[in-house]
Design a protein. Sequence first.
Length: 276
Amino acid sequence: MLIDSHVNLHAPQFDEDRDAVIARARAAGVGLMVEISDRLTTFEATHALAMAHDDIWCTVGVHPHEAKDAADLTAQTLIDLAARPRVVGIGECGLDFHYDLSPRDIQATVFRQHIAAARETGLPLVVHTREADAVMGTILAEEHAVGPFKLLMHCYTSGQELADLAVKLGAWFSVSGIATFKTAEAVRAVIRTLPADRIIVETDCPYLAPMPHRGRRNEPAYVGHVLEKLADIRGWSAEEADRRTTAFRVRWTHEHARRAGGGDSGLRIVRRRAAW
């Protein structure tokens, strides 16, 4: 079963054919998608997608590009929204010093609120980091010293030093279509060093379409191309790549239902041996 750990199906690029995109994903063997929140003003649309489809789950959070519009965000707001059914993560959040669409100090402040929410809820933090390795490393280390939290380094394209720190903190890493680009050898070099049992795949659709679809709108049906490239990078068979990246399993549990307020049963994404 393919899992796309990062989709943006609420994005306007899908307004004309969203149902068809979801149908194509299923036809391509995608059995689970995580719909990512990038701002609270669109969270209702994100959450509605998760509520409408058995194979879609969602997160709650504010992308660093949008941090300027959420400067007063509190961890409690995120915690309250994360209590809804089918919310399985905190984010996308983090630091983006490439575009600097929000002031860097506000990005950092908003990011720390997400970390506090992840720590309190026990849900994984979905981290965006671009050209911010030093500051990201400092914040992750400082906050982890306050108290541990689960984290996923989404679409990881940063350097080896930050990757090594994140590994020490127990992070998972998600590989995107960037790994298929001819110019991305530095990204592939880092991927080769990551723990084999802590790598998953994503599309980040509608962005970053993998080869051979680069330049087109991305969609979850293309996540298999990312998985194939990951297998090539790591020297894995197709079967091993599938087994390792689907270490996240969907399991009905009363515990999650009680936490999420979802009735007698709910969904939880777990590792084979321990909760994510």
